[in-house]
Design a protein. Structure first.
Length: 318
């Protein structure tokens, strides 16, 4: 989760020389921060350095990353007419810099490389809201008020995501992860009606034989529906008991998660105790991928992340 994030001095040194989008679009730099993070942390796999919104920019969205405010989309899509005006074209073909970063990182790494994309709902929410949101009022206004336009938008995004993930796989990614960071704002009935059909479409179209990790936050009420979407791995955030969540998903899926990222601000003995609890809850079945339950916060001490990796290696080897 966000291995080369703002908490790493190596990343901040690179960012001091260039803007975020510039960094994402430079394959050499993106591969460099990917590889450096793995070397510094000692993790068992890498995730390519990119951003989930790169794939929406070729769809005519005016994207800007402002310091302190995160992503801003200057022309949000909020009406059926806005959806209809989205340009035709292969959005996935326009992000070749990501595929080149995957190729370069893959060549330099000694561990597997994970590609990723935002899931259609989270991408749609950004596109409709124009940035972050607490209520998702614009998103739900379009979703409830004009389901036909909503599904048209989701189909466009799903097509882009399929091409984007398969492009990363063709470039060398060993597995891919779908981040549905905002889908926890939905009731189960709404997820089933407005999201699930599109997630099934995306996951079923991923290159056969490549594992798909399906991750969301705030999804305690959606796990059975997420299972229906397909894939091989369900990611759990820290709000779900791992053992109970795995039982609900089913043991034919692997489980990823789910330490609270804020535990990394605690003393090391508390980090170890919390990591041990997560490992214990995943110990009875094959296929537990230890991970955080979401991204690392900027003030996290890098040494605590390294210590956590060492702790998990040591405890899981026993």
């Amino acid at each position: 989760m966000r291995q080369a994030g703002r908490y790493m001095p190596e990343y901040r040194a690179v960012r001091a020389r260039r803007g975020f989008l510039e960094l994402c679009k430079d394959p050499d730099a993106a591969a460099e921060v990917t590889v450096r993070a793995v070397e510094r942390l000692g993790v068992d796999a890498a995730i390519i350095f990119a951003d989930i919104l790169l794939i929406v920019e070729p769809m005519g969205v005016q994207l800007e990353f402002s310091e302190g405010d995160g992503p801003v989309l200057h022309n949000p899509v909020r009406t059926p007419a806005d959806v209809a005006r989205l340009p035709d074209g292969d959005a996935a073909a326009a992000v070749g810099f990501v595929y080149e970063a995957v190729r370069k990182a893959r060549a330099a790494l000694k561990v597997p490389l994970i590609g990723f994309s935002g899931a259609p709902f989270t991408l749609a929410s950004y596109v409709v809201e124009g940035g972050g949101s607490r209520t998702y009022a614009h998103t739900k206004t379009l979703m409830y008020g004009d389901p036909e336009a909503w599904h048209a938008l989701m189909r466009r995004l799903s097509t882009a995501v399929i091409g984007y993930l398969n492009g990363q796989i063709a470039a060398g990614a060993h597995a891919v992860q779908l981040f549905d960071s905002w889908v926890g704002c939905l009731a189960p009935d709404d997820y089933e009606r407005f999201v699930l059909p599109h997630m099934r479409t995306v996951i079923s179209a991923i290159t056969p034989g490549v594992p798909v990790i399906h991750f969301g936050t705030g999804t305690a009420g959606l796990l059975e529906l997420m299972r229906q979407a397909g894939g091989q791995v369900i990611g759990l955030d820290w709000r779900v008991d791992l053992a109970a969540g795995w039982q609900r998903v089913g043991y034919d899926f692997a489980i990823q998660g789910n330490l609270d990222p804020l535990v990394l601000l605690a003393p090391r003995d508390e980090i170890r105790a919390q990591a041990a609890r997560v490992l214990d809850r995943g110990r009875d079945h094959r296929g537990h991928i230890f991970n955080l339950g979401h991204g690392i916060v900027p003030q996290t001490p890098v040494d605590h992340v390294v210590a956590l990796v060492d702790m998990v290696h040591e405890m899981s080897s026993r």
